[in-house]
Design a protein around this ligand. Structure first.
Ligand code: MG
Ligand code: ZN
Length: 217
């Protein structure tokens, strides 16, 4: 059986929400109104991000270095990744955040080989930023990256897909997975919708569940 773990990044693999903090820091707090509309559900993340892009100050390198130093990864994520690798279980990242800080933080932990799917921040030669949303699917949701579509695409390759997440943008991805590991807002969502899930706090919980499953074979 070919098995895949698809993991959210911000607040799941990374200890803090990099995207949120970065936008607050590099827009001089001017994105609060946009954030308010986003949290209340009036605005999808794609549109929120596009509005924020116009407010972003600083150079690409400043953003990159700031993100790399801002936070760390869940202390058990590396061990989880290596356990999966030893057992031929694929691990990939699906994020409604941005490519530059995901790779900066993965590199910091020598995990740059992990494949990820996310929005992209592009520094324009004339200054300022552009954003790209290669996994946007308005037929499902208004997130920049539709995680549900990424799960569906992997159906052709994998027999069993587990989804690990914590937030609003994880809802459609988790709903289409075979097994859900949830915390935070995603856990509340699963409870409300009656979706079976494992509640987790750190990747150690997931390691323990996975080790137990592997020992049953
Ligand atoms: Mg998250
Ligand atoms: Zn979606």
């Amino acid at each position: 059986m070919k098995r895949l773990f698809l993991c959210d990044f911000d607040g799941t693999i990374s200890l803090k929400d990099v995207s949120h903090h970065l936008l607050t820091t590099f827009t001089n707090d001017n994105w609060q109104e946009i954030e308010h509309d986003f949290i209340s559900g009036r605005l999808g993340s794609k549109e929120a991000y596009e509005r924020v892009a116009r407010l972003l100050k600083g150079s690409w390198k400043e953003l990159h270095d700031y993100a790399r130093d801002y936070t760390g990864l869940d202390p058990y994520f590396q061990e989880f990744y290596h356990l999966c690798k030893e057992n031929d279980i694929a691990v990939k990242i699906v994020s409604d955040g941005f490519d530059f800080y995901i790779s900066a933080l993965l590199d910091k932990y020598n995990l740059g080989e992990i494949e990820f799917f996310s929005n992209q921040l592009i520094s324009k030669p004339e200054g300022g930023f552009d954003m790209k949303f290669p996994y946007y699917n308005p037929e499902c949701c208004l997130s920049g990256t539709c995680k549900g579509s990424v799960v569906s695409d992997f159906r052709q390759t994998y027999d069993h897909i587990s989804f690990v997440g914590n937030g609003i943008s994880d809802r459609c991805g988790a709903s289409r997975a075979d097994t859900i590991f949830a915390k935070g807002v995603l856990y509340q969502y699963c409870q409300k919708k009656g979706l079976d899930c494992f509640q987790w706090e750190s990747f150690l919980d997931i390691i323990n569940i996975l080790k137990h499953e592997l020992s049953q074979k």
